[in-house]
Design a protein around this ligand. Structure first.
Ligand SMILES: O=C([O-])CC(=O)C(=O)O
Ligand SMILES: [Mg+2]
Length: 234
């Protein structure tokens, strides 16, 4: 969360989005497997949780920084949005002034935005449920703060302690949010496929009658960890 920003008042429209094929390939995996892949993936901090609409989305970030509690640049954001985008709002973590509600969610939904993640507060949850827009936020609060600026669009922002650049891919589901750097999406897809194959093999082994320890080979892991437990220097 950022309370101020070095690029305040700036609005950018360069297209940093990865290909739709890469985004769709990432969308096939849950956040948990992406987070486990061992590749360049950031996991959004636990304070930002699901608030309204569906939970499942994946898309390149349209980023907004706003002075905490201010909605001026949120009202401009739909002009920069494209179908498939995820709106990421750095509202400085302020939780006693909403920066988005059902009207903005409806405007973004009509453009084809697939999800919203806010380091700040949201309101109009019933209306957002009707719109069907997935929204994750740090808080819920019934009144807005100000409509004065400053703000910025498509600059680097912070979401739950994680840096998000325009075009970085945000995946959300019932377990939370992960962010994949725009230049590493294909690499992360490959690494996540390996996680999925490993987990599928465990489940297949258990369906064939093996117990969890046998399916995961955990006895061998315990044996080798026990052997090295007393060794503190190489
Ligand atoms: O938070 C705000 O002021 C915006 C709002 O209510 C809406 O979009 O419906
Ligand atoms: Mg409203």
């Amino acid at each position: 969360m950022s309370k101020s920003h070095p690029q305040q008042w700036e609005i950018h429209d360069e297209d940093h989005r990865p290909s739709a094929e890469s985004v769709a390939a990432l969308a096939a995996f849950p956040t948990t497997q992406i987070a486990d892949c061992g590749g360049p993936v950031a996991v959004v901090g636990p304070g930002i949780t699901h608030r309204a609409g569906g939970r499942d989305f994946c898309g390149p970030a349209l980023t907004v920084w706003t002075k905490p509690g201010d909605i001026l640049f949120l009202l401009k954001a739909p002009d920069l949005a494209r179908a498939g985008d995820v709106l990421v709002v750095d509202g400085g973590g302020r939780d006693d002034a909403a920066v988005l509600g059902d009207i903005m969610s409806g405007a973004l939904s009509r453009i084809g935005v697939v999800g919203i993640a806010i380091d700040g507060a949201v309101r109009d949850l019933e209306g957002i449920d009707e719109v069907g827009m997935p929204v994750f936020a740090r808080g819920v609060y019934p009144t807005t703060g100000s409509n004065d600026g400053p703000g910025a669009i498509n600059v680097d922002v912070t979401l739950g302690g994680v840096r998000v650049r325009p075009g970085d891919v945000v995946r959300g589901d019932a377990s939370g949010l992960v962010v994949v750097p725009r230049e590493h999406v294909d690499r992360v897809v490959e690494a996540t496929r390996a996680v999925d194959e490993r987990e599928s093999a465990w489940v297949a082994a258990m369906e064939g009658g093996a117990g969890l320890a046998e399916a995961t080979g955990i006895d061998e892991v315990i044996r080798s960890r026990r052997e090295s437990a007393g060794v503190h220097l190489p």
